[in-house]
Design a protein around this ligand. Structure first.
Ligand code: 0RA
Length: 652
């Protein structure tokens, strides 16, 4: 048999954009709803870069009836002249060359951010078509790209239909991009107005003065965001529903060659600390060097102030960072180049220089704020609160030691409540936290004993939002959970000793059930955050109805699915509505809700700490009126609910 010759012509050369289409995941992570919106944010990022460098102030996002999206800015307009080496217009280069993005070079942009930094060409590559209009130098220019399949069925991505051409005159400047995400990449999907306004609002807070509007031509909804106070307004928004201890957030802005830094913070009477940091408009949920730098400066500046003003006596120990940050709500907004992200979810800033520079700028600026006479009572409030916190910290330490001793003594008791699983295989092990003794009983009987442990909860656990740590620990339900998980909590939390890979909350599909779920998630969020960020927390989804007749039985998990189930049952069916888990017998509970083969779990994620934080404050905080309004607006008891930012639906 003749050897087949392998020649140069046989080497597959992938055009840049075709490579994107072949492996979209490599460029945008996923082609799910998240990726679908990602290609919109790439375009918005470019517009924000232009504006944050001082050109223009307005971005309009429009969701069009045909499913496409338009992003319009009033910046300088993308360059239209012919690129000297590429021999194409600047616009064409930007939309057809990977990584050319809107970033250009350092002379044009001081700090170019970008959520993801893969550039507008990726959006073009993954769109069915993409149209760009540039207004500049008194003229209007237009270019269109499309993705099409040739005779052989090969798809060519983001190809210009014709070169950029001048189509008329214009008195304005700016760039308008309209694109339709390609169904061949994403399947049938739509833009979500809610997702987009959530992020648009955050971007408006982070970019002071930016006017950003979002309009849906499909539903007619429209929202505008514009905050002259920027991150100070963000802090004010976050503490609505909490009791702030001063009238307005303290704020500073400073920059050097390496970082541009702004910080806003306010003290509240709550017991928890909330720091939200961003780098180039990206939430750094896991923190990193910039946060560490700011926190060191904060602790040092306030300790020094306390000593100098005799608020801390010579013989008193210095206060700790956590003492100063109790009840503090802080936004740290950093812009810098060459960012390196690390951590589990790549949301932790790794650049060591960020720590040094942020600490230096923060020390200097916090010093100035405290020297300002009109802020002197703020310093006293913070220091006073920190001294209180230090006292509680010492008391809590004692309480913890007591709890440990008590837990050992009580372990006998707990074993009685917790139906442990027999396997030691952590990967496969699951803990069900079940609302109520009767459902707990069914779950114990129906479960897979090898891998599934059951912890029934009597009554409501304590709302961790409203209590100090020593009070939280006094609650038996909470102690039981802590000892079942075996991870410790708070500062001592250690994920590596977690006994169960999945922690599944099973509560009724009613208001009480939602409340219990909220309380448990609040506790995890406050004291075991990694349990959530590392993806171990799930909500179990029990059925709402059973549609049945002789020889037919179907469980229905949402109101939306009910008509279809009824239709397929045909004449003579009956509907049973499940009001609570307790109404199911052990076999039914297993079959519908616990069996890994059949069940649906919703994974709890916190994509954006600031939003989750505000939801928790609202739902679990003191302001009852606001809470009611919030629940009416958001809590949708038709399942895909409810209160943390994003439940990712999983078929587990
Ligand atoms: C680099 C240089 C110039 C404009 C832009 C980038 C630009 C890019 C994008 C992307 C979306 N909107 C944009 N607006 C502007 C201008 C160079 C000049 O004419 O001085």
């Amino acid at each position: 048999m003749a050897e087949k010759k392998y020649e140069s012509k046989d080497i597959v050369v992938l055009d840049g954009l075709d490579a994107v289409r072949l492996r979209p995941g490599m460029y945008i992570g996923t082609t799910s709803a998240r990726g679908y919106h990602h290609i919109l944010w790439e375009i918005v990022d470019n517009a924000i870069d232009e504006i944050s460098n001082g050109y223009g102030d307005t971005i309009k996002i429009t969701l069009n009836k045909d499913g496409s999206a338009t992003v319009e800015d009033n910046g300088r307009g993308i360059p239209v002249d012919i690129h000297p080496t590429m021999k194409k217009s600047g616009v064409e280069v930007v939309y057809t060359t990977l990584h050319a993005g809107g970033k250009f070079n350092a002379e044009n942009y001081k700090f170019s951010g970008g959520l993801h930094g893969v550039g507008a060409s990726v959006t073009n590559a993954l769109s069915k078509w993409c149209k760009v209009t540039v207004n500049k130098d008194g003229k209007q220019y237009f270019i269109e790209f499309h993705s099409y399949a040739d005779e052989k069925g090969k798809v060519h991505s983001g190809v210009p239909v014709a070169p950029l051409k001048c189509v008329g005159e214009s008195k304005t400047t700016g760039t308008t991009v309209t694109f339709l995400p390609d169904e061949r990449v994403f399947g049938k999907q739509q833009f979500s107005f809610d997702t987009i306004i959530r992020r648009a609002k955050e971007l408006a807070f982070l970019n002071k003065g930016l006017k950003i509007s979002v309009e849906s031509k499909i539903t007619g909804e429209k929202q505008d965001f514009h905050y002259e106070g920027g991150i100070s307004d963000f802090v004010t928004y976050l503490v609505e529903g909490k009791n702030a201890l001063f009238k307005q957030p303290l704020y500073f802005h400073a920059a050097n060659k390496i970082v541009d830094l702004e910080v806003a913070f306010i003290s509240t009477d709550s017991y928890t600390e909330n720091t939200f940091s961003y780098v180039n408009n990206i939430p750094t949920t896991e923190g990193g060097m910039h946060e560490i730098g700011f926190k060191s400066a904060f602790t040092k500046v306030f300790n020094d102030y306390a000593r100098q003003n005799n608020l801390l006596k010579e013989k008193e120990l210095s206060l700790m960072g956590e003492d100063f940050r109790e009840g503090l709500v802080t936004i740290i907004n950093v812009k810098m180049n060459n960012v390196q992200f690390e951590g589990q979810t790549k949301t932790k800033l790794g650049n060591p220089e960020a720590r040094v520079e942020v600490e230096a700028l923060s020390s200097q600026e916090l010093g100035k704020l405290l020297d300002d006479k009109k802020n002197s009572n703020y310093a006293e409030i913070i220091i006073d609160k920190a001294k209180q916190a230090a006292k509680v910290r010492l008391a809590a330490k004692k309480a913890k030691e007591l709890t440990r001793a008590k837990n050992n003594a009580e372990n006998f008791n707990l074993v009685g409540k917790l139906a442990a699983s027999t396997s030691r295989d952590r990967e496969k092990s699951e803990l069900f936290i079940v609302e109520g003794d009767s459902a707990g009983g069914s779950a114990k009987q129906g479960r897979d004993r090898k891998y599934q442990a059951i912890l029934p909860l009597r009554g409501k656990p304590l709302n961790a939002e409203k209590k100090r740590i020593d009070q939280v620990l006094a609650n038996e339900e909470i102690r039981t959970i802590i000892s079942a998980l075996d991870t410790g909590f708070g500062e001592d939390f250690d994920l590596s000793s977690l006994r169960y890979n999945k922690v599944i909350i099973l509560s009724d599909a009613d208001q009480d059930g939602a409340h219990i779920r909220a309380i448990l998630l609040t506790f995890f969020y406050r004291y075991m955050k990694e349990l959530i960020t590392d993806g171990h927390v799930f909500i179990g989804l029990p059925p709402l109805y059973k549609v049945y007749k002789k020889d037919y039985e179907k469980y229905v998990y949402s109101d939306a699915e009910l008509p279809a189930a009824v239709a397929s049952a045909g004449k003579g069916y009956m509907i049973q509505r499940y009001k609570g888990l307790g109404e199911m017998n052990p076999e039914q509970l297993w079959e519908t809700t616990m069996d890994p083969e059949n069940r649906t779990l919703i994974q709890v994620t916190i994509e954006d700490g600031a939003v989750a934080e505000r939801m928790i404050t609202t739902l679990m905080g003191d302001d009852i009126e606001e809470r009611k309004a919030y629940i009416q607006e958001h809590a949708n008891f038709d399942r895909e609910d409810t209160f943390m930012r994003d439940y990712k639906k999983l078929d587990a």
